[in-house]
Design a protein around this ligand. Structure first.
Ligand code: IMP
Length: 183
């Protein structure tokens, strides 16, 4: 439901936060940073499902790295609008990453628990390097001190939806990003 630019999902009201044009500008910037850092290399992008699929689609095209591969992995830690504190791997990695330069693509780093768990899991498979790209980073929510290598936006610790990010599986299709309206 949409009214006065507000969106209601599962009874919660969200207001506009980042427009698609601003998102595109920052995704292009991060894409160029990655292109510069991996020039002449053949990295493997690891898109973290489900939320990062929209960002990953735009980011890999912004890098222009035609020799790079993309693969997918799935972790889950959120229920509703908050972290459960427990990170579960749901779909594993199908590609061999030994000796490869891996770039994880995530939608958002909140507590940092998913990121740290993922990096720990991947390092067991002896990649040449692991770096982390995120669309959104909430440093004030961190429980780990983890800082991503590539960040499109640093935001306050508020719940957001759109551009791949969901509320219990809904709202991923929204092209702009919305933030929850405080009472
Ligand atoms: P972390 O493990 O707490 O860093 O959380 C990472 C995961 O939580 C992300 O991949 C998202 O799926 C989910 N998440 C964290 N914050 C938000 C949010 O504001 N909106 C939607 N999902 C979120």
């Amino acid at each position: 439901m949409q009214k006065d630019n507000q969106i209601v999902v599962d009874g919660l009201t969200f207001i506009p936060y980042l427009k698609r044009e601003e998102i595109a500008t920052q995704v292009e910037r991060v894409g160029k940073e990655i292109a510069r850092d991996y020039e002449g290399k053949q990295p493997i992008f690891l898109c973290v499902l489900t939320g990062a699929f929209v960002f990953a689609a735009d980011l890999i095209r912004a890098t222009g790295l035609n020799e790079a591969k993309i693969t997918f992995i799935r972790y889950k830690s959120y229920e509703g609008t908050s972290s459960t504190g427990t990170v579960k791997q749901i779909i594993g990695l199908s590609d061999d990453i030994a000796g490869r330069d891996v770039i994880i693509i995530e939608d958002i780093v909140d507590t940092g628990l998913t990121a740290c768990r993922m990096i720990e899991d991947l390092k067991k498979q002896n990649p040449a390097s692991v770096r982390f790209a995120t669309l959104l980073f909430k440093p004030e929510s961190s429980q780990t001190g983890f800082t991503p290598d590539y960040i499109a936006f640093t935001i306050p610790p508020k719940f957001i939806i759109g551009y791949g990010l969901d509320l219990d599986g809904k709202a991923r299709n929204i092209p702009d990003i919305y933030v929850i309206k405080e009472a």
